[in-house]
Design a protein around this ligand. Structure first.
Ligand SMILES: Nc1ncnc2c1ncn2[C@@H]1O[C@H](COP(=O)(O)OP(=O)(O)OP(=O)(O)O)[C@@H](O)[C@H]1O
Ligand SMILES: [Mg+2]
Length: 254
């Protein structure tokens, strides 16, 4: 059997007496959009932070591409191609949207001193390639006409889009997104999910936490439902939508 891109095995993380994540098993296989849902406080962000190395699991193991990453530092996990949009350098509001994209890409490709000293020509060509690529991704998320505007002029929803675009710029194998459609109007939210799904054909898999279930369920191939730190059900969206455990989680029963 093929090894999953991401495999979470028996992972727990507690804060004092609160089991934010409790013996969670999950697999994300290569390709498409994978969803993670659950009511407020169910442990979704804590799980993401544990995957990303921002928290060490108290118990259990995270594997990426068959390799144990539980003990790696966040930047080493990033270098493996497991990226979170909000882990990138923060937005610089005085800089243009395009420059914000280039900063994100450099973080990944290694703007190393040695490159700029000895490989100047190659570096400049790489930079030109990066600009074309950045413009293409900005057009893809419908921010193309803002490329030369300061990022500070974008609306809240557009800033979210720019975060997603910066995540794509890093060319991750797996991109974790925590509520990408929050603060975006439903039509645009749908457009973004459609585009992420299309983009996944280029070798990026998406694992997305989203409270806008109607949008996520339309595009995800598989959905995990967390409640009180545990995975209470999982499956294809139409099956999850029919699962009693899904309703119980959202109604807060038990
Ligand atoms: N740094 C922390 N210190 C103490 N408790 C925390 C910490 N982070 C999260 N928690 C607790 O862990 C539980 C899970 O929180 P988490 O933020 O992971 O939930 P979530 O599913 O992301 O919720 P939301 O949908 O509201 O973003 C909650 O009870 C929360 O109060
Ligand atoms: Mg959260």
């Amino acid at each position: 059997m093929e090894e999953a891109l991401l495999r979470i095995s028996e992972v727990s993380k507690h804060f004092g007496g609160v089991y934010a994540v409790n013996a969670v098993d999950m697999e994300v296989k290569e390709g498409g959009i994978w969803g993670l849902v659950g009511p407020n406080g169910s442990g979704k962000t804590t799980l993401f932070n544990t995957i990303l190395g921002l928290y060490k699991p108290d118990h259990g193991t995270v594997y990426f591409n068959g390799k144990c990453i539980s003990n790696l530092a966040p930047h080493d996990i990033y270098a493996e191609g497991l990226v979170n949009a909000f882990q990138l350098p923060r937005l610089f509001y005085q800089m243009t949207v395009l420059d914000n994209m280039l900063v994100a890409a450099r973080g990944h490709q290694g703007d190393r001193l040695v490159n700029s000293l000895f490989l100047r020509k190659g570096w400049q060509e790489q930079e030109k390639g990066l600009i074309d690529e950045a413009i293409e991704i900005l057009e893809f998320v419908e921010l193309g006409k803002w490329a030369f505007s300061p990022a500070g002029e974008l609306s809240g929803g557009q800033r979210k889009l720019l975060e997603v675009a910066r995540g794509l710029m890093a060319k991750p194998r797996l991109l974790l997104l925590d509520e990408p459609a929050a603060g975006i109007n439903p039509a645009l939210g749908k457009t973004i999910f459609q585009k992420l799904k299309d983009f996944s054909g280029n070798g990026t898999t998406f694992f997305i936490v989203e409270h806008r279930l109607e949008i996520l369920f339309e595009f995800a191939k598989w959905v995990y439902v967390m409640y009180r730190g545990r995975v209470v059900t999982q499956g294809e969206p139409h099956d999850v939508a029919d699962a009693p455990a899904f309703y119980q989680a959202y109604l807060g029963g038990g």
